[in-house]
Ligand binder design. Structure first.
Ligand code: NAD
Ligand code: MG
Length: 413
């Protein structure tokens, strides 16, 4: 059997820094990644940074990290970035368009790709990184939810190394038996316990859900994250997507993945072995820990995260999630059980509903019904080729927009 140590594109050569592309560099995960990377200039060299259209944010990152290439998907923003870089005499190539994301994920000079674009837009470049046999540091869970079978096939076929960044999955990976590779079924594991904070509305009376504002939904009690994943955490669709992500990464049936509410977010997840041992990974809720773990694996490097103070934490609580409060979690389990393109439909409908909520066009309590109606209104295909998955994504977006009575927007995949 191959082990993780045999896999390609993972040189740990201290004489030559490893080339890195950060997809979604201006976001929460992108910035945390660059914070860790900046602590280890002898190990990592930034080759390419990408973002959607944040010119100022990208300019700051270009000054600090001097990449060879900067991508802004929006062409007007890319033009403004070019001018600003010229004015500062910074010799950085600027590319634009969704195809540029794919290009910088597969460059020869790139050893590692941090996949931290939010949503389905991250699918094509993440797949390209796998196809090119890179070390893929996967934060973009939506890519795996949409196309898990295809994605894992590309990883295996091209000897890429897939390491999870999602804190729960990174924790589980750390608790897996020695030699475990993502995508294979681990020996001796009874179940995975996926922890969830329960988000900001864990105790809010259900009759107040209709009045929840985007600001309330984005104010996560423990984690500082982008807006989409913050809303997903509030509905617990985030945990639903993570259940699907866990099934792909750890090769286990869904019945062996159990969600546990743990409001302190100190235990990032657990693995329950057949002999009764339960291994957990703990730490402060700071994404720089899983990022540093995946960058340096199998070594360990400083991440800048404060040591965990268990006396300050004091106690750890656990409970079961209430399906009435978190219907999105049940929808995700149902989509996984249905299989084929159902998870892609779930993901796309959720993206549309969350965006509409953030723009004040849909109330918080309508997010789950829109997703449910989209799953019911789309025909589910086997999903074994990329086109079927992309078609499922597009038709789910149309159905979800009809449900909300808004005009569909084109998403470049
Ligand atoms: P964010 O909103 O802070 O950043 C998203 C990044 O993606 C930005 O750089 C943005 O410019 C870019 N982007 C957005 N739309 C794009 C498009 N259409 N094309 C190209 N680029 C685009 O998001 P985040 O919180 O950093 O999350 C990124 C991913 O990581 C998500 O998939 C999320 O689920 C996952 N994740 C995040 C956290 C966290 O703590 N933030 C934890 C676990 C997993
Ligand atoms: Mg997570």
């Amino acid at each position: 059997m191959a082990t993780t140590m045999d896999k390609g594109a993972t040189p740990q050569n201290p004489d030559k820094p490893l080339g890195l592309t950060v997809l979604g560099a201006t976001g929460s995960i992108g910035l945390s990644t660059l914070d860790v990377v900046a602590r280890h200039p002898e190990r990592y060299r930034v080759i390419a940074l990408t973002a959607y259209r944040d010119v100022e944010g990208m300019l700051r990152l270009c000054r600090a990290h001097q990449p060879q290439i900067a991508v802004l998907v929006d062409s007007d923003a890319a033009e403004r970035l070019s001018q600003a870089l010229r004015a500062e005499a910074l010799a950085i190539e600027v590319l634009t368009g969704a195809e540029a994301l794919v290009r910088v994920a597969g460059l020869d000079a790139v050893d590692y790709v941090m996949s931290a674009i939010v949503g389905a837009a991250g699918l094509a470049p993440s797949l390209e990184a796998a196809r090119c046999g890179k070390r893929v540091l996967l934060a973009n869970k939506e890519a795996l939810v949409m196309s898990g079978a295809l994605f894992m096939e590309q990883v295996r076929k091209h000897a890429a190394l897939l390491l999870p960044i999602d804190s729960e999955h990174n924790a589980i990976f750390q608790c897996m038996p020695p030699g475990f590779i993502t995508g294979e079924s681990p020996a001796g594991v009874r179940r995975i316990l996926l922890t969830a904070s329960g988000g900001p509305f864990r105790n809010m009376p259900l009759d107040q859900f209709a009045q929840v504002t985007p600001e309330q939904a984005c104010a996560h009690p423990n984690w500082d994250m982008g807006r989409k994943i913050s809303v997903d955490s509030a509905t617990m669709m985030n945990k639903g997507l993570e259940v699907i992500e866990a099934c792909w990464l750890f090769g286990l049936p869904v019945d062996q993945v159990q969600v546990v509410l743990h409001p302190q977010s100190v235990i990032h997840s657990l693995v329950d072995y057949q002999d009764g041992s339960v291994l957990a990974q703990l730490g402060n809720p700071d994404m720089r820990t899983p990022i540093a773990h995946a960058l340096a694996w199998p070594e360990r490097i400083d991440s800048g995260v404060q040591p965990l103070d268990l006396f300050a934490v004091g106690r750890l609580d656990f409970s079961a999630p209430d399906p009435k409060r978190f219907p999105c979690l049940e929808l995700a389990y149902a989509a996984w059980r249905q299989g084929g393109t159902a998870p892609a439909v779930l993901n796309a409908a959720n993206e549309v509903a969350v965006q509409a909520f953030l723009e004040g066009k849909l109330s918080f309590d309508r997010i789950a019904p829109v997703i449910e109606a989209s799953l019911a209104g789309c025909s589910i295909q086997a999903g074994d080729d990329l086109q079927q998955i992309l078609d499922a994504d597009q038709s789910a977006r149309l159905v979800a927009c009809e449900q909300i009575a808004i005009k569909p927007r084109r998403v470049m995949l």
